[in-house]
Design a protein around this ligand. Structure first.
Ligand SMILES: C[S@@+](CC[C@H](N)C(=O)[O-])C[C@H]1O[C@@H](n2cnc3c(N)ncnc32)[C@H](O)[C@@H]1O
Length: 416
């Protein structure tokens, strides 16, 4: 007998395409849960990218969780669809940027979320052996100090917090054992502004808390004995050192990724990029900023732009669905215009995105993007949609991968 889940899979409708942009090669195929349209070789790459699942740890990908990360193999595959420097205007934790470096291509990533830019910068840092050694030594000393402080606090029954070096965020007392707070405080004070060590500190903040996961803001009652925080911090710093070394071994010297804290709807780049490869927020699925509450508080990060400029935020869709859908159209038009301008003639825009599900009802993500691409004169090369099971929403969700191309500049006219 078929399971409830596979019944639901079978019933899920294949979505219709909504944009009507010109397609270079019109060939539509529906097979099982996939819809493929356009250039056959490109659709194979897109479908492969959408179906990636295996965990990948190469270079710095395994360092620091970030919600809704693109699969590294998907990013690597998408990058084969064009050449030249790469722009990811919604770079999140920097998966596309790391893969660009590994492929020997310069890259630029933008994100409004300060945790995203911190993670993306750390994952793409080009480092020397001396810098990695310095980071590890700093982390070892910080962990030693934290262990002493954590044990003293534990032995006082959690009451002795007299050693705190800097103000601890109020919300910390709801999410951490007192000895974990004391250990985090000691680490934070010792590492100061060292960017690599701060990224390691950021990477452990959810793990050593009583928060259920990176994407679930629920309390869980797990045992976190004293010195767990210090030990994890030191272990992560050593791992990160090895990951950075692996990145150096594989990425050609001189290739760089820049990361800007910038609104994707206000891109200023013009004609520099061979590709824009990105996975924007799905409409109404996450509040990326709210998910980073613990990190923002512990690290004194300013939410800045992200407080009001997050595209497709869940809170906006919950507040007023119709208004949020209208904003999605406008935001899509704005960032696609910026992406089109950032591309060289002949360059490609590659997008992976899923539809939203808000209040049990689907929200089309791709139609407005197609309209925006069409309005900018981009030509669609290929697109694939697959249906994927969404655990949270308990239903199938269409996910799309689309490639558009900026037409090559016209040849100059022959002199008469
Ligand atoms: C799906 S995630 C990207 C994940 C990324 N591909 C990775 O592998 O980690 C979408 C990102 O878009 C960012 N974002 C939302 N609104 C933005 C805006 N207006 N400008 C730039 N980034 C934005 C969010 O902060 C989030 O990091």
């Amino acid at each position: 007998m078929a399971s409830r889940r596979s019944d639901r899979r079978a019933r899920a409708a294949t979505p219709e395409w909504a944009d009507g942009a010109p397609l270079r090669q019109a060939l539509t195929q529906r097979a099982g849960d996939a819809l493929r349209e356009g250039d056959g070789a490109v659709t194979r790459v897109l479908e492969g990218a959408l179906r990636q699942r295996e965990r990948v740890e190469r270079a710095t990908h395994g360092f620091h969780a970030y919600p809704a990360g693109l699969h590294p193999d998907a990013a690597a595959a998408l990058l084969t669809l064009g050449g030249g420097p790469v722009l990811d205007p919604f770079c999140g934790g920097g998966t596309v940027l790391v893969e660009a470096l590994l492929a020997g291509r310069d890259a630029l990533g933008c994100d409004v979320n300060p945790v995203a830019t911190l993670v993306a910068r750390a994952r793409t840092a080009r480092t020397t052996e001396a810098e990695r050694t310095a980071m590890r030594s700093l982390a070892r000393k910080a962990a030693e100090l934290a262990r002493v402080a954590g044990l003293a606090n534990f032995q006082s029954g959690g009451r002795d917090t007299g050693m705190l070096r800097a103000p601890v965020p109020d919300l910390a007392w709801d999410w951490y054992d007192p000895w974990a707070i004391v250990e985090l405080d000691a680490i934070r004070a010792h590492i100061g502004n060292d960017a690599l060590a701060r990224a390691v500190f950021s990477s452990i903040l959810v793990k050593v808390s009583h928060r259920e996961s990176e994407t679930a803001n629920r309390h869980e009652a797990a045992a976190r004995p004293p010195t767990t925080t210090a030990t994890l911090f030191h272990k992560r710093a050593r791992e990160f050192g090895r990951q950075l070394e692996a990145l150096e071994a594989k990425a050609p010297a001189g290739v760089r990724a820049r990361v800007h804290r910038e609104d994707a709807r206000e891109l200023r780049e013009r004609g520099e990029f061979g590709m824009v490869v990105t996975s924007p927020p799905y409409p109404g699925v996450y509040d990326y900023l709210a998910l980073q509450q613990l990190r923002l508080a512990w690290m004194g990060l300013d939410p800045g732009l992200a407080a009001h400029h997050e595209v497709g935020s869940r809170r906006a869709f919950k507040a007023d669905r119709a208004e949020a859908i209208a904003a999605w159209r406008l935001d899509s038009a704005r960032w696609v215009r910026g992406a089109a301008r950032a591309l060289r003639p002949g360059g490609r825009l590659v997008v992976i995105i899923g539809d939203g599900i808000v209040g049990g009802r689907p929200v089309d993500s791709i139609g407005p993007l197609g309209e925006a691409a069409n309005a900018e004169g981009l030509v669609r090369v290929a697109r694939v949609t697959v249906e994927r099971w969404d655990e949270g929403a308990e239903r199938m969700r269409p996910e799309h991968a689309v490639v558009w191309e900026k037409p090559a500049a016209p040849e100059p006219a022959e002199p008469a």
